[in-house]
Design a protein around this ligand. Sequence first.
Ligand SMILES: [Zn+2]
Length: 446
Amino acid sequence: MKTIITNSIIITMNSDMEVFPDGYVKIEGTKILETGPSCDLKETTEELRAAGWQIKDGKRGILMPGMVNTHCHLGMIPFRGLGDDCKDRLRVFLLPMEQKAMSRRMAALSSRYAICELLLSGVTSVMDMYYFEAAVAQVMDQTGIRGIAGQTLMDEGGCDASDADQSLSMAKELIETYRMHPRISGCAAPHATNTCSPQILKKAWELDTANQVPFTLHAAEMDYEMTWLAQTRGCTPVGYLDQLGVLSNQTAAAHCIHLTDRDIEILRQRGSGVCHCIGSNAKAAKGVAPVLKLLKEGVSVGLGTDGPASGNTLDLFTQMRLCAGFQKNDSHDRSAMPAKDIVSMATRQGARVLGLEEKIGSIEPGKEADLVLVETDSPNMFPVYDPYSALVYSANASNVRDVYVAGTCLVQDKKLVYEDFESIRRELSDCMGRSAFGEMQELHRL
Ligand SMILES: [Zn+2]
């Protein structure tokens, strides 16, 4: 299969940050074969057709690398909007409902729904962390997205395991199943610094490191996590993880809101990445991660939405805009956190955080063809002086027109090519209706 996308504003996100105001990209098989300004294209349209190229007119849209959502909980669609403004949402809504209603089937249906939502918004890679991850990975495979399925580990177990050791065995199997898969991998994902024993944190890190998959967990997120570690171990979460020896360039720490300068230095030295989830953090009034400092010190920071219960939407346009707003506001500097850096976090840096930078994150020959075309015809997208700025400040998920993962067009003209969203929604809704979520829906209808 050979496809050429023409007539587009191309932001390559390569090391020179090249932009082609009128450019093309050639895709052959799963990879990018060639990109450049249209004036460099040697063949005429007729010659391209004769040589078997499928020609797609970009219609002056912005063609960018597929976006990378570094932290998500795909199985949590049923929780979206539940207890949004409740002070103790976690204990009042989330944990009891998870125990009562979450099943393998619901996690799979929710993941399929969430992946469709991701694709429609231009996210082509996602790192997930939830339960029943064997089912989640299967759905990732079927839908065509690129993904890392992180099996959650908690000392007290969860809705799919009675303890962390059982979850670790499930993670082992998951990693093994997808070892040779071109798009999917599995990993052990400890829940957090305060919900897993040091032994489990170490075992998970050893497993992930030996298999060259990310080691991801929530860290420096909760007030009580900070207090507990300070009281019991006399250190910060990052300091604690470093003492355990589980920080490396395969570590992707989600949130990292509460960091000292020393923590940032440790993350830099170890080459660990941060998954910044500003939408979730701001909604829960947890604080704002020191992203400007992290970037200044050379720590890789990707963007994440967190789960639909925490950040509600799964698109990175929302996160890009919030990230810009909070960092500018916090530093009282309009020029801080420029759009170019934010788009980098949503693409190339996100890929680096997940250990996928060799494969994806930029539009360059030899890389996987994970691409997003953002149309510029809608009222909110005119005029475009600077494509980075247009993506961060003007665009939203509804402007995503076409999406490719590994050279396959999964979204065309704003519609899913292979998935029937209506039936996915109906199935999930029926499954929820037959569970404790059904009672919740009834309650909220009154
Ligand atoms: Zn999370």
